[in-house]
Design a protein. Structure first.
Length: 253
């Protein structure tokens, strides 16, 4: 299948590790130019960019922080200055919700904590889409892929605010699809289940991972590459008319 990505300009936020890094590698393998963002670990971002061909002008690493609005503007501008715009945006950057202390409840979370969390997860992502979509509309071609979470669909104790932030992306994509669809721009959401990223392998107890695996029809958890494959298709020319959708990649969950 021809993905039609040779030479396309792809921006992957949160692209220096985990699912984002797998997405960046997948697009680079199809001949796209890939700009990946990092928040703090510049070395990791630049190391992956070198792997993907920064020396040949095929990749770059740029700083991007959901908590610093100026970096949203500067990251998209840097890609535009180098390559002339963004054809595909994969919005993968996330601010993780803090875990509640044992015995605490939803109503115990201070308003300043959850309003800041929602603001950091939603406003910068929507602004990034605004900045990228403007050029896509002018060129009559573009793809936006938003990364959600199974928490938005299945729910999870203690994840009310994270679920709210991710669920908002579903409604956003559905509505934006109507505005940009006539201009050749498709907008979709990938909703991963529990995925075997380094963060999960080292931060989630083995017994929980095993329980989730046993309750999955395919009898395995998704890998970052599984998620990247769907993000690649939705962001490619092979996706000709799928928009406004939430696609779950969770082994049948």
């Amino acid at each position: 299948m021809d993905m039609g990505l040779e030479g396309r300009r792809v921006l992957v936020t949160g692209g220096s590790s985990g699912i984002g890094a797998a997405v960046a590698r997948a697009y680079a393998a199809e001949g796209a130019r890939v700009a990946l963002t990092y928040r703090e670990d510049r070395d990791a971002g630049e190391r992956l960019a070198r792997e993907l061909g920064s020396g040949q002008g095929r990749a770059m690493a740029v700083r991007y922080s959901l908590g610093e609005p100026g970096t949203v503007e500067s990251a998209v501008a840097e890609v535009g200055e180098a390559w002339g715009g963004v054809d595909v945006l994969v919005a993968n950057a996330v601010r993780w919700a803090p875990r509640r202390a044992p015995g605490d409840h939803f109503e115990d979370v201070a308003p300043n904590e959850w309003t800041a969390f929602l603001g950091d997860n939603l406003a910068p992502t929507l602004r990034t889409v605004q900045l990228a979509v403007a050029g896509m509309r002018e060129r009559s071609w573009g793809r936006v892929v938003l990364m959600s979470s199974h928490v938005a669909l299945d729910g999870h104790r203690g994840q009310e605010f994270y679920g709210a932030a991710k669920s908002a992306l579903h409604g956003f994509a559905r509505n934006l699809a109507w505005d940009v669809g006539p201009h050749g721009v498709l907008v979709n959401v990938v909703c991963p289940g529990l995925t075997t990223t380094e963060r999960v392998r080292h931060g989630l107890p083995p017994e929980i991972r095993e329980r989730e695996r046993a309750n999955t029809p395919t009898s395995r958890l998704s890998s970052p590459q599984d998620i990247a494959a769907m993000a690649l298709f939705l962001g490619s020319a092979a996706n000709g008319n799928t928009t406004g959708q939430v696609v779950t990649v969770a082994g049948g969950r």
